[in-house]
Design a protein around this ligand. Sequence first.
Ligand code: CMX
Length: 137
Amino acid sequence: MSTAKALNHIGIAVKSIEDHRSFYETVLGAEFEGTEEVPDQKVRVGFFKIGDVRLELLEPTTEESTVAKFIEKRGEGMHHVAYTVEELPSRIAELKEKGLRMIDETPRKGAHGMDIAFVHPKSSNGVLTELCEPANH
Ligand code: CMX
């Protein structure tokens, strides 16, 4: 069984969703779907839909947020790539068996009620990788 079923979203770290909104909406013509706070991740997420894929603008809500640390160290920009998977706990187990370093060894809750788990960027070619399983699976 393949792990990634589809590209789910691309996460982009920003200091302010509002400051970047017009680029995605007006320049690219993406549909703005609103924002959601994900307290567990200490971010506010702005959703933009292009075809079947979403762009998620990630705005840190506290200085301790991993996204705030990321912006401080590397500046605003691409933060992670997320893939849709099925049976997330089994996919996590498979990746661990293959020797990949998981940030999350059990699923946790992300935006849109999805179950999510991150693979450490050191195990995924320098790109922080998120596996996500949509709600109501
Ligand atoms: N993409 C690629 N590399 C990254 C990265 C990212 N987004 N974030 C950190 N790194 C790299 C750093 O550059 C660093 O590399 P070097 O050692 O070569 O300098 C290394 O990873 C360790 O990074 P760090 O700055 O020491 O930061 P931390 O160890 O504190 O955290 C990480 C890094 C990836 C473990 C942490 O950000 C994490 O747990 N991320 C998963 C959760 C998350 O990102 N949540 C926000 C999004 C929520 C959502 O989408 O809902």
